[in-house]
Write a protein that binds this ligand. Structure first.
Ligand code: CA2
Length: 145
C-alpha cells in the first residue's frame, strides 16, 4: 500500500476557529478524518502531522524519506520564508506536492513568493479544504509514474 504524509505548518491547528471566509469552517481534525477516509478508499495510507515550529517540520521531512512514498505539505506562513524547509524538501527523493487552501496568488503580495514551489513536483492551491483530497489523488498518480 502507498504510504504518504501530509504536513501542516503554523496556525493551521486553528482552522475552523477564525478567518472562516478565507479558510472555511472545517477544523484540521475534520480534514484529517475525511482525508483518511478518502485515501483509504483509494488504497493510500495517510499520516497527518502539524507543527507551529519550523525545526519540527524539518525533522519530520528528514524522517519521511525512509518511511513514505510521497509528501504533501501546507507549510502555512513558512511557505514564504523558510529556507530550512526548502532545503529539507530538496534533500528527500520522494514526490512532493505543495498545498494551499487559499489562492496565494490573489492575496497580499508577500504571499506570492513560495520557497516550496521550487522543490515541489506540483502545486494545489485555491480549492479550499477540498484541496487535501485533490492532493492525495495527485500524489498517488505521481508515485505510480
Ligand atoms: O492558504 C493556505 O493554505 C496558506 O498556506 C495558509 C497560511 C498562510 O500563511 C499562507 O499564505 C496560505 C496561514 C494559515 C493560518 O490559518 C489560520 C486558520 C485559522 C485562523 C487563523 C489562521
Amino acid at each position: 500500500m502507498i504510504k504518504i504524509i501530509i504536513l501542516n505548518g503554523p496556525n493551521l491547528n486553528l482552522l475552523g476557529e477564525r478567518e472562516k471566509n478565507q479558510y472555511g469552517t472545517e477544523t484540521l481534525k475534520d480534514i484529517e478524518k475525511s482525508c483518511k477516509k478518502f485515501a483509504e478508499k483509494n488504497q493510500v495510507k495517510v499520516d497527518f502531522f502539524q507543527s507551529n515550529i519550523e525545526g519540527e517540520l524539518v525533522e519530520k521531512i528528514q524522517q519521511s524519506r525512509n518511511i513514505y512514498n510521497g509528501l504533501i505539505i501546507n507549510a502555512g506562513g513558512y511557505t514564504h520564508t523558510s529556507v530550512a524547509i526548502h532545503d529539507a524538501l530538496k534533500i528527500i527523493r520522494i514526490p512532493i506536492i505543495e498545498l494551499h487552501i487559499s489562492n496565494i496568488y490573489n492575496r497580499e503580495e508577500f504571499r506570492h513568493k513560495s520557497l516550496i514551489s521550487k522543490v515541489a513536483n506540483g502545486i494545489i492551491c485555491g480549492f479550499g479544504t477540498e484541496g487535501y483530497e485533490m492532493a492525495v489523488n495527485a500524489i498517488k498518480k505521481l508515485i505510480k509514474q
